[in-house]
Design a protein around this ligand. Structure first.
Ligand SMILES: [Ca+2]
Ligand SMILES: [Ca+2]
Ligand SMILES: [Ca+2]
Length: 258
């Protein structure tokens, strides 16, 4: 069960219901049906997740365990350093974070629909990563992960090569910084890891519904808290990692929730 944990959010203002409302209930995807609602207040043409729905590891007295940092905008430090404006997951009780875009639904628009910003950085010949499984839901009950596959030769050994972690978040360093480098969050230059609802299966069930209608809830799960189906064991992690660090999540096409 989801515990509603509504936060007062500095930096991600609530949507003004009287502004930019989309009165068309049609889920069809053409430009007339998609209205970009208010972005986070950084002059950007995109929208960050602004509501924490569930954060089992939250501790508001500990800087990196305050989930508000995952909904306050993104402050990456570039290719060679991990940002600190983050909410840190661990591998046990606090291994996930559930977010949403208040009063809105994320649609399957053209191209990538959502970008997850963790805080990986280049280290030696690889990247220091805390990998993340990205799951979405329409109702907060039934979930589907974006397809992901660890493809190292030995999947019981950790690889710091981002290419080995297909479909995970937490692979790409973050250059977007709301104040110092306010570029389009869905551009390649921003960094982060993009996901497209077109990757979901046309299965006649939830996958098809996500493709056609989009999603409301997004859950980020630190990878070692999930089982690798290829090994039957938890996904492996870097020996000095203890979980993922979520800076923020942006989406491109949203409508008001039903
Ligand atoms: Ca899409
Ligand atoms: Ca990290
Ligand atoms: Ca942040």
């Amino acid at each position: 069960m989801l515990v509603m944990l509504l936060l007062a959010l500095a930096g991600c203002p609530a949507v003004d219901d009287d502004d930019s409302a989309n009165d068309d209930d049609s889920a069809a995807m053409d430009d007339d049906d998609v209205t970009l609602l208010d972005p986070c207040d950084y002059g950007l043409d995109r929208v960050c997740a602004d509501e924490v729905v569930d954060a089992p590891g939250a501790d508001f007295d500990a800087p990196f365990l305050n989930p508000a940092r995952a909904v306050n905008g993104v402050r990456g430090l570039g290719d060679d350093a991990g940002g600190t404006d983050v909410f840190s997951l661990d591998w046990d009780s606090g291994s996930s974070l559930t977010l949403r875009w208040s009063d809105r639904r994320v649609l399957n628009g053209p191209g990538p629909d959502v970008v997850v910003f963790e805080n990986p950085f280049r280290a030696g010949s690889g990247v220091f990563m805390d990998l993340v499984v990205v799951e979405v839901s329409i109702d907060g009950v039934e979930w589907m992960a974006f397809p992901h596959d660890y493809v190292a030769d030995d999947e019981l050994e950790y690889s710091s090569d981002p290419q080995a972690w297909v479909g995970f978040a937490g692979r790409t360093p973050v250059r977007l910084h709301e104040e110092e480098n306010p570029i389009d969050p869905l551009s390649l230059e921003a960094g982060g890891d993009a996901f497209d609802l077109d990757a979901m299966p046309e299965d006649g069930g939830l996958g098809s519904a996500l493709r056609s209608d989009g999603f409301t809830y997004l859950r980020l799960v630190t990878a070692p808290a999930r089982t690798n189906p290829d090994t039957g064991e938890p996904f492996v992690g870097d020996v000095i990692s203890n979980g993922a660090d979520i800076d923020g999540v942006y989406a491109r096409s949203l409508v008001e929730a039903d």
